[in-house]
Design a protein around this ligand. Structure first.
Ligand code: FES
Length: 164
């Protein structure tokens, strides 16, 4: 059995069009299906490639402008691929007053990446976060599910090395 595939120009990955169309078909007749469909697409690709937004727009007969507006409005949707590791630096009040901005600035400088972006090698995505629930250890950052606390800016070099 062969699967219908489409080459995604932005990632060079093959895309399982059959699965995409199946998800859309299963949701098509449900009112307000756009958000659930986008969630499903993100589960498949871990982000929302533009080609997929185009297919969703055509198959659901919803203008691309509307699909794009929804995809960009909700923070849980990613329009760019995420890195292998997600680094979240807490900028909540407790962390901020203890120097979290300096931690974030050092991290971005060392990784040569902007907040919200992914390093060129695809290894790390750097995000700023609100309170991550570890105020007693402020300032903190998380790499995936691991918490690092009571940080000073120089600590980010050691932390990054753990994941290289
Ligand atoms: S403010 Fe940073 S963990 Fe709560």
């Amino acid at each position: 059995m062969t699967e219908e595939r489409l080459c995604c120009s932005c990632t060079g990955e093959d895309i399982g069009l059959k699965k995409v169309k199946e998800v859309i078909k299963n949701h098509k007749d449900i009112k307000g299906c756009l958000i659930p469909v986008l969630h499903e697409m993100q589960k498949i690709y871990s982000y929302l490639p533009e080609e997929i937004l185009q297919i969703v727009s055509e198959e659901l007969d919803i203008p691309m402008s509307e699909v794009y507006a929804v995809a960009t409005f909700y923070t849980q949707f990613n329009l760019e691929p995420k890195g292998e590791h997600i680094i979240k630096v807490c900028l909540g009040t407790a962390c901020y007053v203890k120097g979290a901005q300096d931690i974030l600035d050092r991290l971005c400088s060392v990784l040569e990446v902007e907040v919200g972006k992914t390093t060129k090698d695809g290894k790390f995505t750097v995000e700023a976060a609100r309170c991550l629930g570890g105020c007693g250890l402020a300032p903190i950052l998380m790499v995936d599910d691991k918490v690092y606390g009571r940080l000073i800016p120089d600590d980010v070099i050691r932390i990054i090395e753990e994941y290289r």
